[in-house]
Design a protein around this ligand. Structure first.
Ligand code: ADE
Length: 230
């Protein structure tokens, strides 16, 4: 998979992709993340990428020209499955969306900024608009990093234990069960006996029950989906 990220703040995205799983995915040739500075595509003599809004008091808006040039440049090199825009007024991103995107080959993510992007960009280029939550970030870069991370780790071969992505929280609308490591008794705080029993079947049953109970208590919205089988 290849993900091209268009941003006016490339520095903000350098470190998230330099480390951990994403770096391993790049090394194995399973995922390539390429960051582009939108400013490089501006035809303005000062390399401007924004301008005043036509509606009074609405702040600066990201202009269409450099974004169109960047997208067309990329599209001339390969076909893209989705062109994503990160924005607080997008559809809420979740595990199901990540699963869908992990099956794609080439993605573009456009990071929003200021008061948003000229609506014509959204109308004519963008195929998916995502929010990562009901709060406003200073820019869409962190949202793009969240989306790219959650998608790349699902590509087969990226995680060393193939099954671990399948047992993540949210995959079946359930939160993960609690986990423990040694020591089994830390200052009197004990690991549940069942986990020390060696009975795999009973342990699996316990883990499932814990997941269900946790979800019911902490995320009634997810629990509803789980109990409806959705
Ligand atoms: N840009 C600013 N806030 C955002 C959010 N919550 N999700 C995605 N992009 C954003």
């Amino acid at each position: 998979m290849r993900i091209d990220i268009l941003t006016i703040l490339p520095e903000l995205l350098e470190s998230p992709f330099k480390y951990s799983i994403i770096k391993r995915a790049a090394k194995k040739g399973l995922a390539e993340i390429v960051i582009h500075n939108i400013r490089d595509f501006s035809t303005d003599k000062h390399k401007k990428v924004d301008d005043y809004s036509f509606s009074k008091g609405a702040g600066m808006v990201m202009a269409i020209q450099p974004i169109e040039a960047a997208i067309n440049h990329l599209k001339s090199q390969r076909e893209y499955d989705e062109i994503i825009y990160t924005t607080p007024d997008g559809v809420q991103f979740n595990q199901q969306e990540a699963n869908g995107l992990s099956l794609k080959k080439n993605l573009i993510i456009l990071c929003g900024h200021y008061k948003g992007v000229d609506q014509r960009v959204r109308d004519h280029f963008i195929t998916k608009e995502y929010s990562i939550g009901d709060y406003v970030l200073t820019g869409g870069e962190l949202a793009a990093a969240v989306i790219a991370d959650s998608v790349v780790r699902l590509i087969p071969g990226v995680l060393s234990d193939e099954t671990s992505a399948l047992t993540d929280s949210f995959q079946d609308h359930l939160l993960s069960p609690p986990v423990y490591t040694r020591p089994a008794d830390y200052k009197g705080w004990k690991v549940p006996d069942i986990l020390l029993s060696g009975n795999e079947k009973k342990i699996d049953e316990w883990k499932h029950l814990q997941s269900v109970e946790r979800t019911k208590k902490l995320r009634p919205d997810l629990y509803k989906k789980f109990s409806e089988g959705g």
